[in-house]
Design a protein around this ligand. Structure first.
Ligand SMILES: Cc1cc2nc3c(=O)[nH]c(=O)nc-3n(C[C@H](O)[C@H](O)[C@H](O)COP(=O)(O)O)c2cc1C
Length: 174
C-alpha cells in the first residue's frame, strides 16, 4: 500500500451548494491561485498550495483516463466539465463537479487554466461512482500504467459512442 493510500481516512467531506471552489494554474498545471473555499475544503494553507502541481489533491481512486481526457481537452483550447474525487490534507475525500477552462494570452496562446467546482448532485454521483470504479479496475488490471490508462480511456469513449453523446452531454445528462 502506498503512503498516500494508507493515509486515507475513508471519511467524505461535503461543502455547501452555494459555494464554489476555485483554483488557477500555469500552463503546466502548477497552482497560481486558490480561493478560501478551496483552502477550507482541502484543509491546506495557501502557502502550501501556490507553486505546487494540482495533483497535490489527487485522490488515488481517481482513474487516470479522466485526467487524460481533461488535459487533452483543455490543452487543445476547449472547456471540460468533469466529476472529480479529491483528497484533503488529512486523507478525507470530497467529490466535486468541475468546470475547467483554458485562459488565453493576447496572441491566443494558453497562459494558464481555471477551474470552478460545485458540490455534485447526489443522483449524478451515484452514476459516476460505479463508472469510475470500472475504469479504475480496468487500469489496475493492466500490465502497466500506460496500457491501463489506454484501456480505460477506450472503455470511456466506447461508452460515449454507444450513448451517442459527447462527454459534455454525458455528464450533464447524468
Ligand atoms: C485548472 C486545473 C484544475 C485541476 N483540478 C484538479 C483537481 O481538482 N483534482 C485533481 O486530482 N486534479 C486536478 N487537475 C489535474 C492535475 O493537473 C493532474 O492531471 C491530476 O491530478 C493527475 O495527476 P497525475 O497525472 O500526477 O496522476 C487539474 C488541472 C488543472 C489544469
Amino acid at each position: 500500500m502506498s503512503e498516500v493510500t494508507s493515509a486515507l481516512t475513508g471519511r467524505e467531506r461535503t461543502f455547501p451548494e452555494d459555494e464554489i471552489i476555485v483554483s488557477k494554474t500555469d500552463p503546466k498545471g502548477r497552482l497560481t491561485y486558490v480561493n478560501d473555499v478551496f483552502l477550507k475544503v482541502s484543509d491546506y494553507a495557501e502557502s502550501e498550495c501556490i507553486g505546487q502541481p494540482h495533483s497535490m489533491i489527487r485522490h488515488p481512486d481517481m482513474p487516470r483516463c479522466v485526467f487524460k481526457l481533461l488535459w487533452d481537452t483543455i490543452s487543445s483550447g476547449r472547456e471540460i466539465f468533469a466529476y472529480v474525487n479529491n483528497r484533503a490534507k488529512n486523507g478525507d475525500n470530497y467529490w466535486v463537479f468541475a468546470h475547467v477552462t483554458p485562459n488565453f494570452g493576447p496572441s491566443g496562446e494558453i497562459v494558464g487554466y481555471h477551474s470552478s467546482r460545485r458540490a455534485p448532485r447526489a443522483d449524478a454521483l451515484a452514476k459516476i461512482k460505479p463508472l469510475y470504479e470500472t475504469l479504475l479496475r480496468t487500469e489496475r488490471a493492466a500490465a502497466d500504467r500506460k496500457q491501463g490508462q489506454d484501456a480505460a480511456y477506450k472503455h470511456l469513449t466506447d461508452l460515449l459512442t454507444q450513448t451517442g453523446k459527447s462527454y459534455g452531454e454525458f455528464v450533464f445528462d447524468l
